[in-house]
Design a protein around this ligand. Sequence first.
Ligand code: FES
Ligand code: FES
Length: 199
Amino acid sequence: MPETLAKVHVRTTINGQPMEFLVPPYLSLLDTLREEAGLTGSKEGCLDGNCGACTVIVDGRIVDSCLVLGVEVEGKQVQTVEGLATPAGLHPLQQAFLEEAALQCGICTPGFLVSAKALLDREPHADEHRIRHWLAGNLCRCTGYDKIVRAVIKAEDMAAQLSRSKNGPRSAARTPAKKPAAQAKATSKSSAGTRGGRR
Ligand code: FES
Ligand code: FES
């Protein structure tokens, strides 16, 4: 069978932009993003779900894109590191990573940024313990973990300040940290690659 006949038509939304691809059914989401969408921010590390360099957000859940097929994002919302910055500027996490020098070789950085964004979206005032726990699925071979955690804490403060300046002082008032809700284990096929259990 000619290879083109074996490809699958996928319609999805990446960083708010509708996109369509014709991809082989075996192509990972990581390769689909990098080769079909030209979004090379997500990095290839271990290719077996251990390092988190390929982390993206699919329908609000972080996944290792090396463990998900491109065809599985049909009809879904995908966020990658390229979607963090806006025309107004860098995301607070990106700015804080720069200011805290929270990167060395930078291979792990996109995955850390995407994972941390998912945390801040859910828990904008997560404490250090929670941040370290959340980021446990992202490995930095340069071992710059302290700077990364400091950057995430700084980004929380920057985001709160931004919120106050936009909406007034009450909008970003700190609330008591909630205990993390138990996460359902990823059981369905469509949840393949999600970091079930911890997140
Ligand atoms: S490349 Fe390491 S988890 Fe995907
Ligand atoms: S900065 Fe090099 S792997 Fe993290």
